[in-house]
Ligand binder design. Structure first.
Ligand SMILES: NC(=O)c1ccc[n+]([C@@H]2O[C@H](COP(=O)([O-])OP(=O)(O)OC[C@H]3O[C@@H](n4cnc5c(N)ncnc54)[C@H](O)[C@@H]3O)[C@@H](O)[C@H]2O)c1
Length: 476
């Protein structure tokens, strides 16, 4: 995945100097006692935050389900954007490309970033947005505005949970970059809050909208793979250069997660599409995960080769497995393999495979073998299925604008279409919690030498009902 753009050095300085207090990890996961004991992320004594481990699937107060609940119709969809770094700044243009969307407010503690975003809004012919740049908590004021329908969050991971909560508590639907939270109890809280506030809380998993992924999804639903058996997804992306860059991210937040957790930090890109193929939360559900991790050597080796001896990263001790491999089992007995590796040399791959009783698809590069179409034991051309099985969104938008091959635009277009027309969203808080659960659970499983960890049924039984998802029907 192409990660571009140039953030400032503000948080590099701030977070490096004050990670223990400011945010990374302690705010995200560690219990107060650990914070008080000074187990700062990046220090040699930094331990994985205990609270990031599997929390029991405790019974919870519940509102009625949010599965199948439509948005209220809006002729103009008013959006607020929180976090204007690489991702937020890149996504603004996609919201602005939709004539029925207005970007009403933007927020980032880095003033230049809000100014850059506001200029984009004005250049698109919209009124200047309200700007929130007064510190770390100004997003709360954005969320409290009465003229917003939807809040989009693209901030460091430890901020996602609080921001999603603030949006819902202020009556806004919210879409959050991945992962949506870092702990199981936080995932449950988001589920509860979505049900109680009747607001949608969504993981914006753009890879579910990739052209190949959507074609495979439609073929799976058409029975081309026979009965589904196994799939795989990954985030294997060499991020070493970006994670050690002093300017790419707004501070070292992403690298510092490698000092805190051992498991799969970013399962969503691989998990979401395969979960969709198997109708997870729509007829099947994922029940357990077993994870295994290699030693953590890649980042330290990269640092030794590339970073000067006085670089702040030398205070960090990396514990995150260079490669995490997880096996997820579904209620119907299917298997999903997840991989995560951002710290060794590797051409980009999300693996993206699906197998059933009639054949198999594998991506990177895309290739397929299905009976009765293929019988010679050789991979065949996947593009030959485009005309029949491409999703209507890809037929309607053959050359979508924006990054990541167009899937970012397709996702935002479809999501904003659902809000405008008052449709049921393609994915909901249950998908968000499910796709993110491997973050804490893979860490817990690795600590327990691969012991299976139960994945909660966030739907509370609703998963048994078939319902539509990303494989949507084109609205009339
Ligand atoms: N789906 C994708 O393809 C994709 C691609 C890249 C990044 N992401 C995700 O997007 C998110 C952001 O990543 P990034 O690469 O843009 O990081 P970044 O460091 O470039 O940007 C994060 C931004 O959040 C801002 N921020 C920090 N604290 C804030 C606060 N309290 N209030 C408002 N803004 C705050 C920072 O100032 C910064 O501008 C992450 O969750 C990342 O995983 C997703």
């Amino acid at each position: 995945m192409n990660e571009q753009h140039i953030p400032s050095r503000r948080t590099v300085l701030k977070t490096t100097a004050g990670a223990a207090g400011a945010g990374i990890g302690i705010a995200a996961g560690a219990p107060a006692a650990q914070a008080a004991a000074g187990s700062a992320p990046g220090s040699a004594s930094a331990m994985p935050p205990a609270a990031a481990e599997a929390a029991p699937d405790t019974p919870r107060r519940r509102g009625s389900t949010m599965a199948g609940v439509p948005f209220e119709r809006r002729s103009t969809v008013r959006v607020g954007i929180v976090g204007l770094g690489n991702r937020g700044n890149g996504m603004i243009g996609l919201f602005l490309a939709l004539p029925w969307v207005r970007v009403v407010a933007v927020c980032d503690p880095v003033r230049e970033k809000t100014e850059r975003a506001a200029a984009k809004v004005v250049a698109a012919g919209q009124p200047a947005p309200a700007v929130y740049t007064n510190g770390e908590d100004d997003y709360e004021n954005l969320c409290a505005r009465s003229d917003l329908d939807f809040v989009y969050v693209a901030t460091p991971w430890d901020r996602h949970f609080a921001m999603a909560k603030a949006a819902m508590l202020n009556g806004k639907h919210v879409g959050v970059e991945c992962p949506i939270a870092m702990r199981i109890d936080e995932l449950w809280e988001l589920v509860d809050l979505s049900e109680q506030t009747r607001r949608h809380c969504m993981q914006l998993e753009n890879c579910c909208y990739g052209r190949n992924e959507m074609r495979v999804l439609r073929m799976a639903h058409a029975g081309k793979f026979g009965q589904l058996l196994h799939g795989a997804g990954a985030y294997n992306h060499d991020l070493r250069g970006l994670m050690f860059s002093p300017t790419y991210y707004e501070g070292p937040w992403r690298r510092q997660w490698h000092t805190q957790l051992r498991g799969d930090l970013y399962p969503n890109h691989g998990f979401g599409p395969v979960a969709n193929y198997m109708d997870v939360n729509r007829g099947d559900r994922v029940v357990s995960i077993s994870s295994f991790g290699t030693p953590a050597l890649g980042l330290a080796e990269y640092r030794a080769e590339h970073m000067p001896p006085d670089d702040p990263s030398w205070k960090e001790t990396y514990i995150e497995s260079d490669r995490t491999i997880s096996m997820v089992q579904t209620a119907k007995g299917r298997l999903i393999r997840l991989e995560h590796d951002v710290s060794t040399p590797h051409p980009y791959s999300r693996i993206n495979s699906l197998g059933g009783t009639k054949g198999v698809f594998e991506d990177y590069p895309a290739r397929i073998y299905l009976e009765p179409d293929h019988t010679n034991d050789e991979w065949a051309d996947f593009s030959s299925y485009a005309a029949e099985f491409d999703h209507w969104l890809w037929k309607e938008h053959a050359n979508p604008p924006g990054g990541h091959g167009g899937m970012d635009y397709i996702m935002i277009y479809r999501l904003m279409q659902c809000v405008q027309r008052g449709l049921v969203p393609d994915f909901d808080v249950y998908d968000a919690a499910t796709w993110t659960a491997p973050v804490p659970l893979s860490h817990a499983s690795i600590k327990a030498k691969g012991a299976p960890q139960e994945i909660p049924d966030f739907t509370r039984g609703e998963w048994r009902k078939a319902r539509s998802g990303v494989d949507s029907v084109k609205p009339s």
